[in-house]
Design a protein around this ligand. Structure first.
Ligand code: IVH
Length: 677
């Protein structure tokens, strides 16, 4: 039951929603926040509490962006106005021809006014607003019918849930824009996927499209997507005169617009603007492969009309791919932050599109084989978009017979550990815990929430402490309490935050074995596999030099994970590192999980309601004692642990005859009493 709401509280909630939406706009659209993240979070929390207490939730509340349940499939959506595609121009001649055609059709001699903006490489989305409220989002599909991706698009924080801050609001409007992922974000996402053994995205466009076409909106929410609004479909109750006016309206209504747009008269000026965009493209945070030229005036656009798929009033100029010819002097193996070893060609320097290129990635050994690339070869190199230059092809006619192949190295060039290449995988990797190329990334994972969960040691602070030499390796984390003075000298650290960090580190010494196994970041080993390993092997030592077959005895673990675990624990240096780390862990649970008499072994638990400890802590307690936690109650459930406001699970458990126990009773079951810990 919610408390009765007064006008005063309503006003307060409305004010908070407005304020938070404004801060979102400052942060995500303008990239110029006026409050700190902490201030934002505390306002957000306050709103969430009030909403819960009074059950009063506004449709544009920022809390409504997340939390929608996964779908089974996307519904179809018919576009009121078709979403067209664009004709391409590959040269300035083509651009001039486009202008001549426009003039011919308009029977006009005078200069036409055009807008020029970058062509975003993402996916086209239509946002429908009704009475100013975000109503629906759909993909382009075949241009006439797309898919309803509302729940996913709602998670993009730069998209207003309500059009305000504007005196002119149409009754209904279809806004079109490109949803995209920044290049940095794309690279970061791929690094993470690689680390987890998931396939990487080929380019930012695929990453954006893959993120939007997710049935589970929480996955979309975890990807940092942006939008650039560049057009409209059907509009009711308002009249836009030109592309320029539309963009100005977008800006005022707080929609994100293309990072660059100019309106000019005459095609010569258009060409100059295209050149300007090409010069600037390296400074853009997103990938662009061209410029879009549009007749500015909407009335002229209407007269010009469209062919079946493309309008006659717009064209996309594609930047030429920059290519050059040079010779591969040497090939080196380079270790990335996630351990993947990439072959890199060292080139005789060559100027391509105004930039000197002397290195080029060869991606992986499959690619080397496919293109038959050898040291000494003469090759065509391309610098496409903003991505790193790559070798397009070998000019085999130029071979002298002295060229040499470059096989996968046996040892990691950075740490000398054995290189592993799994069956069916393209990547060759170094899986050593002490490899200097990877250690920083590994530490970030080690301390992360799913791992040792050291609060206050996020990515930025790990980088900071690493750069200052305070953490060079995992075990250095546990020496930090002796370096409090050094911590105090660092930016972002005061007495309180330094002590909090030290306390959080101390607390992490009590991590369970499964958390620890997850934290050390064995390739393909996620939280679930870590739990299975912990439950079955119980002590870390049991995994040292383990054979793959032994791991395969766990029925839920497949070949890929087993091979990875075995490879990891066959590395002597890894074991050395683990042994020194284990000395730092004083956790009774870690010890407890070494006991052979797991008290909850084989029992299945479901948790409901609010307990004295967080859900995660209770799960850890159950699992470290051999129990298993599932989400829903069934006849196979042994115990339901219930707290305050237990919900429907309690009834279901009772009706199925499942035993129901309190958190205190659970503590007794595992031999602990309330207040003891
Ligand atoms: S205008 C009929 N403007 O390019 C006009 N499109 O190749 C069509 N695109 O489907 C859209 N940036 O997904 C326009 N600044 C921009 C664009 C842009 C990227 C995409 C859009 C379109 C595709 C056509």
């Amino acid at each position: 039951m919610s408390d009765k709401i007064s006008e005063g509280i309503k006003k307060e909630i409305e004010k908070l929603v407005k304020e938070l939406n404004y801060h979102c706009y400052r942060y995500y659209v303008l990239d110029s926040p006026v409050v700190s993240d902490e201030e934002y979070d505390s306002l957000y929390l306050k709103l969430k509490e009030l909403e819960k207490k009074y059950n009063y939730i506004l449709p544009d509340s920022p809390t409504q962006r997340i939390g929608a349940p996964p779908l089974y499939k996307f519904e179809k959506v018919k576009h009121t106005e078709p979403m067209l595609s664009l004709d391409n121009a590959f040269s300035y001649d083509d651009v001039n021809e486009f202008d001549r055609r426009v003039k011919r059709l308009m029977r006009s001699e005078g200069d036409i006014e055009y807008t020029v903006e970058p062509k975003y490489d993402g996916l086209a989305i239509e946002l429908t607003y009704r009475k100013g409220l975000f109503y629906r989002a759909s993909t382009r599909g075949d241009g006439y019918e797309g898919e309803d991706v509302t729940q996913n698009i709602r998670t993009i924080k730069s998209i207003p849930l309500k059009i305000e801050a504007h005196d002119e609001i149409p009754d209904e409007i279809d806004i079109r824009g490109e949803v995209y992922m920044d290049i940095d974000e794309f690279e970061k996402l791929n690094r993470e996927r690689e680390q987890k053994g998931e396939p990487v995205f080929a380019n930012p466009r695929n990453a954006a499209a893959g993120s939007v076409r997710q049935l589970d909106p929480s996955i979309t929410a975890s990807r940092k997507l942006h939008i650039a609004c560049y057009g409209i479909g059907a509009v009711k109750g308002m009249d836009f005169k030109s592309q320029w006016q539309l963009i100005k309206w977008f800006e005022k209504a707080r929609f994100a617009v293309p990072a660059f747009i100019k309106s000019v008269k005459g095609i010569d000026n258009v060409v100059n603007v295209i050149k300007e965009i090409e010069e600037r493209r390296m400074t853009f945070s997103f990938e662009t492969d061209g410029a879009v030229i549009k007749v500015n005036d909407f009335e002229l656009q209407r007269i010009l009309g469209a062919k079946t798929r493309e309008p006659r009033w717009a064209i996309a100029y594609k930047f030429p791919a920059h290519q050059g010819t040079t010779r591969i002097k040497e090939i080196i193996a380079s270790v990335g932050r996630t351990g993947v070893i990439t072959p890199v060609a060292m080139l005789e320097p060559v100027r391509i599109g105004g930039v000197t290129v002397s290195r080029s990635t060869l991606h992986n050994w499959d690619e080397i084989e496919r293109k038959d690339i050898r040291i000494g070869d003469t090759v065509v190199v391309e610098r496409a978009g903003d991505v790193i230059p790559h070798v397009v092809m070998v000019i085999k006619e130029k071979r002298t017979g002295k060229e040499r192949a470059f096989p996968i190295p046996d040892r990691c060039p950075d740490c000398g550990s054995k290189v592993v290449r799994e069956e069916g995988e393209v990547a060759a990797r170094c899986i050593s815990l002490h490899c200097p190329a990877q250690v920083q990334e590994k530490i970030i994972h080690f301390v992360s929430r799913g791992g040792m969960d050291i609060e206050g040691l996020g990515e930025k602070n790990v980088e900071l402490l690493y750069s200052k030499g305070l953490i060079k390796h995992f075990s250095d984390i546990y020496q930090l309490h002796m370096h409090k003075e050094d911590l105090l000298g660092l930016p972002r650290f005061g007495e309180k935050s330094a002590q909090n960090l030290i306390d959080a580190i101390e607390k992490s010494r009590r991590a369970t074995l499964s958390r620890f196994l997850f934290a050390i970041g064995i390739l393909h080993v996620g939280e679930y596999s870590s739990k299975l390993l912990a439950r079955n092997f119980r002590v870390l030592e049991a995994l040292y030099y383990i054979e793959k077959e032994k791991i395969l005895e766990i029925k839920q673990i497949g070949d890929k994970i087993a091979a990875s675990v075995a490879a990891f624990f066959s590395d002597e240096k890894n074991i050395e590192t683990l042994k020194s780390l284990e000395l730092e862990l004083t956790n009774p649970d870690f010890v407890l999980s070494k006991k052979s008499d797991m008290l909850l072994e084989g029992l299945s638990f479901v948790i409901t309601g609010t307990l004295a400890k967080s859900r995660k802590e209770v799960e850890d307690l159950i699992e470290s004692n051999g129990g298993h936690v599932s989400k829903s109650v069934s006849a196979g459930t042994n115990y339901l642990i219930f707290g305050e406001e237990p919900g429907s699970k309690l009834q279901k458990a009772r009706s199925l005859g499942v035993k129901t126990v309190s958190y205190e009773e659970l503590l007794e079951m595992v031999g602990e009493r309330t207040g003891k810990r």
